[in-house]
Every structure is written in structure tokens, then in C-alpha cells.
Design a binder for this molecule. Structure first.
Ligand code: ATP
Ligand code: MG
Length: 400
């Protein structure tokens, strides 16, 4: 008989397992709720999603459509499309033989690995042995061999009470915590490669992002605004049921004032200090507990460890979190590809025209404070907030 995948075993993030039983169950159930709504939203039909401590079993005939969606669910560490059957050992062995017949290439090596919960007339070791022998004896033509150390195929069998699930493949999930299990954060997003990745890393840990983009006006590129919108829409694929708030704040005039009045080599540091102050105010308005940026040590002149400290001094209470602080660019790019933001970020765009030729990599705090006295920073922040544009991006309202 041809095998038909009709279930998916879902394993929750290993870190969720370290929580108290009460929190663990709450987290895992909230991930299950999210999965149900995600599948319904995409019209992927399923019979049921059964939750048991540490695992969930999705019964569906549309396993490939469902798998595609599960790769983007925070809190899942891995999942396996499976064939569900009863816990009867003969039935299990029959399914395993059919699956091996369809999938194993001649001369392949394999192992059988069983996990078992419940009361059964056999142990897991019995299952491994019986199924292994049945595969060998039923598929003699294939010249298969058992290799427990380094098998080409692992026939996974999970038996839970009166049901069994048989699978060959384990697909990695993103891990992390359920959506909204941590606080809100203000994410500074620029249109480049780094900032969407930084936001995603926070989202994965359960934070809800509020996006903040500074429109550089004549110093920027007209295309950036649209890029930012599309990036947020891409990120919404990972949080489909949460409308993502976006603030766009005019920053061109402020930048002009900094250029006109202050030392050229401090432009970037002064510009960022204004950004951080605006971010802090928005954090207060939004009840957000942190500011998030895509900064990484030494990536730009304004991002030397020294300058990061000087920039951060502008905030008074809200912590600044930089998830990419130690990332190599290639690592960030790899992650951006996986998240789906890379292509949008990589679209051509001209850099900030206000950036000086020789930016300071070691701005002196005293000098920065003195330069800021030439500016009416309070007013800059107030005007930025007054003119801020605010809107929400909801998953599905566009091309995703
Ligand atoms: P990215 O690759 O994220 O665009 P970058 O490498 O161009 O960043 P910077 O311009 O120094 O580096 O920006 C560092 C961080 O500051 C960004 O990751 C982002 O969080 C924030 N940032 C920079 N420009 C803007 C902007 N126009 N609006 C909002 N945030 C910004
Ligand atoms: Mg960067």
C-alpha cells in the first residue's frame, strides 16, 4: 500500500521546557492556538491539533502546506511530517516497511528509533528490533543494512497510548518563545539589511515590535519609505495575527540643522542621539520597555564600541538592545535570507548624504554635549513627534 502522510509531530522550543510546568503549558497552548489560527487563515484543513505536554500532533492530509507554515511559527523547535497509525505492532511494522520501500535507495543503511509513552505489550527496544527485522526481511532486494551509528535514514516511531506516528524527516523550526510572551519594544528600522534582522530576533524571543523609521528627507532616498513598509510586511509573516505598528518620523530638517551648526565629524553621533531620544519618547507612549537597533560593533564609524556608549548616553531610562552587536555581516545576511527580508533590503538605495567624509570613531562626550548646546534638541524631538505618521501593517494586506 502506498504511504500517505496524514499528521505532523510538533516539538516545542527546548527553552520552553525549562519553565515551570504551569508556564510551559500556557506557552505551549498559546503556540497551538496560533497554529490553529494560522492554518485556518491559509485554508489548510486539519482534523485536529492535539496538545500533550511538550508535543502537539497535527492531523492533516495537507502536510506539505502545513509544514511550509510551521517553519515560521515561533516556539517550535522542530517538526516531522508523519504517518499516523494505531499502536498495534504489526500495523506499525507494515507502515514502516511501506515507507522504507518508497523512500530507501538500494544498499542504504538505516536505524529505527522508537519513543514510547503509555502502556503497551512491548518496549521501545522491542519495537526497534521487530521493525528493523521486518524491513530487512521484506525488502531483501534493496540490500539494506542496519547502522545505528551513522545511518542514511532514521525511521522515527513515536508511540503515544493507542496511536503511533512514523516519520523519516525532522525539520527545524525557528525556536524562541510564543508571540507576545514578552513586552513591547521600539525597533529602529532603516531599510538596510541589519535592522529587520535585529527586530526579528526580538520577535523570536516573544517581543512585540513597534517600528520606528526616520525619513531623512533630502539626505535620504525616496524609495526607502516603501522599502521599510515592505520589510515590515515581510516580518508580519512571522506574527500574522498581530497588526504591526509603524511610526515614520521626519528627520531631514533635524539633520540639516546638525549639518549647519555642528562639527562635521560628529554628524552621525549627533543624528543617532536625536533618533534615540525620539525612540525613547515613543517607547513611553507605547508602553515599550526597550529600544532595539541593528547596530554591530565597528560596522560603521558611529558603531565603534566607544561611540555606541556616547550615543546611548542620550537615553535616560529605556535600555537599548542591539541583538546583532557581535554578528559578522555574513551571519546577518544569512539570517536575513532565512527570514525573507534580504531581497528587499538589498534593493539599491543611495546611502545617507549627510554622512561626513571623516566621521569620528571616538567622539568625546564633553565635545558632543557642547555641540548639542548649539541645537534646540527639545524642539527637534517635539516637532518630530508632532509630525510623526503612524499606521499599522496587518499580515495579508499586500503581497504576502
Ligand atoms: P542597517 O543595515 O540596519 O540599515 P546600517 O548598517 O546602515 O544599518 P547605520 O546607518 O549606522 O547602519 O544604522 C545603525 C542602526 O540605526 C540601524 O540598524 C537602525 O536600527 C538604526 N537606523 C539607522 N538609520 C535609521 C533610520 N533612517 N530610521 C530608523 N532607524 C535607523
Ligand atoms: Mg548596519
Amino acid at each position: 500500500m502506498p504511504v500517505k502522510y496524514n499528521a505532523i509531530i510538533i516539538r516545542f522550543g527546548s527553552e520552553i521546557g525549562t519553565k515551570s510546568p504551569r508556564v510551559k503549558v500556557r506557552y505551549e497552548k498559546s503556540i497551538c492556538d496560533y497554529i490553529r489560527r494560522l492554518l485556518e487563515h491559509h485554508s489548510v484543513s486539519f482534523e485536529k491539533l492535539e496538545y500533550t505536554y511538550g508535543r502537539a500532533y497535527l492531523f492533516t492530509n495537507e502536510t506539505s502546506e502545513a509544514s511550509e507554515l510551521l517553519t515560521r511559527v515561533f516556539g517550535i523547535s522542530s517538526f516531522s511530517p508523519a504517518i499516523s497509525t494505531t499502536s498495534d505492532i504489526d500495523q506499525i511494522a507494515d507502515v514502516c516497511v511501506s515507507l522504507a520501500k518508497e523512500e530507501f535507495i538500494p544498499n542504504a543503511t538505516f536505524a529505527v528509533r522508537c519513543r514510547r509513552v503509555g502502556t503497551h505489550p512491548y518496549t521501545s527496544l522491542d519495537v526497534n528490533r521487530i521493525v528493523g527485522e521486518r524491513i530487512l526481511s521484506s525488502l531483501k532486494d534493496l540490500n539494506l543494512k542496519v547502522d545505528l551509528e551513522n545511518p542514511m535514514y532514521t525511521m522515527g516511531i513515536e508511540i503515544r497510548e493507542d496511536k503511533a506516528f512514523i516519520f523519516l524527516e525532522t525539520i527545524e523550526g525557528p525556536g524562541g518563545f510564543p508571540i507576545g510572551s514578552q513586552g513591547r519594544v521600539v525597533c529602529l528600522i532603516s531599510g538596510g539589511i541589519d535592522s529587520p534582522v535585529a527586530a526579528w530576533l526580538m520577535m523570536r524571543r516573544g517581543c512585540i515590535p513597534v517600528f520606528l523609521h526616520f525619513d531623512l528627507g533630502d539626505f535620504g532616498d525616496k524609495r526607502t519609505r516603501d522599502k521599510v513598509t515592505r520589510l515590515v510586511r515581510k516580518l508580519s509573516e512571522w506574527m500574522f495575527n498581530t497588526p504591526l505598528r509603524v511610526y515614520i518620523v521626519p528627520h531631514g530638517e533635524n539633520l540639516q540643522e546638525i549639518k549647519d551648526k555642528c562639527m562635521d565629524n560628529l554628524t552621525c553621533v549627533l543624528c543617532k542621539r536625536v533618533m534615540y531620544r525620539v525612540a525613547e519618547r515613543i517607547a513611553e507612549m507605547e508602553g515599550a520597555v526597550a529600544i532595539v537597533t541593528g547596530e554591530a560593533i565597528g560596522e560603521q564609524a558611529s558603531q565603534t564600541l566607544h561611540n555606541l556608549a556616547v550615543i546611548e548616553e542620550a537615553t535616560k531610562g529605556v535600555p537599548v538592545i542591539r541583538p546583532l552587536v557581535t554578528f559578522e555581516k555574513v551571519e546577518t545576511e544569512r539570517l536575513a535570507r532565512r527570514i525573507g527580508t534580504y531581497e528587499i533590503s538589498a534593493e539599491e538605495e543611495k546611502g545617507c548624504a549627510a554622512a561626513p567624509k571623516r566621521p569620528s570613531t571616538r567622539a568625546r562626550m564633553g565635545v558632543v554635549l557642547k555641540e548639542e548646546q548649539k541645537l534646540d534638541i527639545e524642539r527637534m524631538v517635539e516637532i518630530a513627534l508632532e509630525r510623526a505618521e503612524k499606521f499599522e501593517i496587518k499580515y495579508g494586506n499586500g503581497d504576502n
